[in-house]
Ligand binder design. Structure first.
Ligand code: SF4
Length: 333
C-alpha cells in the first residue's frame, strides 16, 4: 500500500479512477463504505471508443455508488454504430458523427444527474491519435492511453486536486481498481507501479482491492448482480478486459484470436483501420508482433493474423502476462 496513505486526513477528498470496469466499481464501493463522510468523486477518462454496454454499465455503476436513482436509462441497443464507412479517408476521420453526438448528449445528461462523476474527454479516439502522432500503438508504446487517459487525468488532477503539503487543505487520495492478478501494476516492489511513481510527486494513491477485505467482504467478491447491476456484455465474450470496446493496440494474439471468434465484424473493422493507418504512414506497421521462426519480432498485421487463424483453426493461443490490455488507470507517469 502507498507509504503516504498515513498522511491522508479524515476529511481528505477521495477520488476513484473509474474505468467502466468492475474493479473500479468495487474500489469505489469500498472507498465510500470506509470513508462515508469524505467527499468522493469518480474520474472517467473517455477514449470515445468504449463499448456501448460499457457506457451503460459505467452510468449505472456510478449511480449505484452514490445511491442515485436516474429517471432515465440507456441501453446498448440505443447507441448508433461507432464505425465509419471504409471509404472515409483516414485524413478526414473524426469517428462516426452520430456516435460522437450521442456520446456528447449522454455525457451531459449523466454529469447533470451524477455531478460527482468527472467525465473527461480529450476529443479524439485511438485511431485519430495514431494518425496524428504518426505512430500505431503496440504492446510497448501506447500513445492512445498516454494522451487520451494519462495526460487527461494528469491535467485535471493538477488543476483540481491537492498533493501533500499544499496550503489549501489536506491531500486528496486517489484509488485505482487494481486487483490481485495485476498487483504489480500498483507496486512491483522495485519502485515501479502507480503507488510509488505517484508518491514521488507527492500524490497519494491506494488500491482498495489489495487491502484486507474483512470489513466489507461482499464488495470484494460478491457477484456484480448482487448490487443490482448487470455485467458488461464483453465480460461474457471471453475478453480479458473491456477497455476500448474490446479493441486494444496493446493486446496480444490470444486477445485477437478471441475477438476474431466472438466479434469477427469488429476484428475486421480493426484490421481495416490498421490498414488505413499503415497506408497513411507509408509503412507496414502492426499492433501485433510475430515471433515465429526464431529470428526476432516481425510485423504481424491483423489481416495476416486472420489468415493464420483461418489456416490453423486448431491452434490455441494462450494469454501471456499483461497482454490482455492496457493499464489505463488514468495516471500519468
Ligand atoms: S485500451 Fe488499449 S487501445 Fe484503448 S487507450 Fe488503452 S492502450 Fe490504447
Amino acid at each position: 500500500m502507498s507509504g503516504l496513505l498515513h498522511l491522508a486526513e479524515p476529511d481528505s477528498r477521495r477520488f476513484v479512477m473509474f474505468s467502466g470496469g468492475e474493479g473500479s466499481y468495487r474500489a469505489a464501493k469500498i472507498v465510500r463504505a470506509r470513508h462515508p463522510e469524505a467527499p468522493l468523486g469518480l474520474v472517467f477518462t473517455d477514449t470515445l471508443y468504449e463499448d456501448a454496454d460499457t457506457y451503460r454499465f459505467l452510468i449505472e455503476a456510478a449511480a449505484d455508488v452514490f445511491d442515485r436513482r436516474l429517471n432515465w436509462t440507456v441501453r446498448a441497443e440505443d447507441f448508433p454504430d461507432y464505425r465509419v464507412a471504409e471509404d472515409v479517408p483516414i485524413e478526414e476521420y473524426r469517428g462516426n458523427p452520430e456516435w460522437r453526438a450521442f456520446l456528447a448528449d449522454l455525457r451531459a445528461r449523466t454529469m447533470e444527474a451524477i455531478p460527482e462523476l468527472v467525465w473527461l474527454v480529450e476529443g479524439r479516439d485511438v485511431w485519430e491519435v495514431f494518425r496524428d502522432e504518426r505512430f500505431l500503438g503496440n504492446s510497448s508504446v501506447d500513445p492512445c492511453s498516454k494522451i487520451l487517459k494519462r495526460q487527461m487525468a494528469d491535467a485535471w488532477r493538477s488543476g483540481n486536486c491537492r498533493r501533500i503539503g499544499e496550503l489549501f487543505g489536506p491531500p486528496d487520495v486517489f484509488s485505482v481498481g487494481i486487483g490481485d492478478h495485476e498487483a504489480h501494476r500498483y507496486d512491483d516492489g522495485k519502485g515501479r507501479g502507480i503507488g510509488p511513481r505517484t508518491a514521488e510527486d507527492g500524490w497519494i494513491y491506494d488500491a482498495p482491492l489489495l487491502t484486507d477485505p474483512s470489513d466489507f467482504p461482499s464488495f470484494f467478491m460478491a457477484p456484480i448482480e448482487t448490487f443490482g447491476l448487470r455485467r458488461c456484455r464483453l465480460y461474457g465474450m471471453g475478453y480479458g478486459h473491456g477497455n476500448c470496446g474490446g479493441f486494444c493496440c496493446k493486446a496480444g494474439q490470444a486477445h485477437y484470436a478471441n475477438r476474431f471468434k466472438v466479434q469477427p465484424e469488429r476484428f475486421a473493422y480493426d484490421a481495416m483501420m490498421e490498414r488505413k493507418v499503415g497506408a497513411f504512414l507509408g509503412a507496414e506497421v502492426s499492433m501485433l508482433t510475430d515471433r515465429r521462426g526464431g529470428d526476432g519480432k516481425k510485423v504481424l498485421t491483423l489481416d495476416a493474423f486472420a489468415q493464420r487463424l483461418i489456416a490453423e483453426p486448431g491452434t490455441v493461443y494462450e494469454y501471456e502476462p499483461g497482454d490482455a490490455g492496457c493499464a489505463c488507470f488514468g495516471v500519468a507517469g
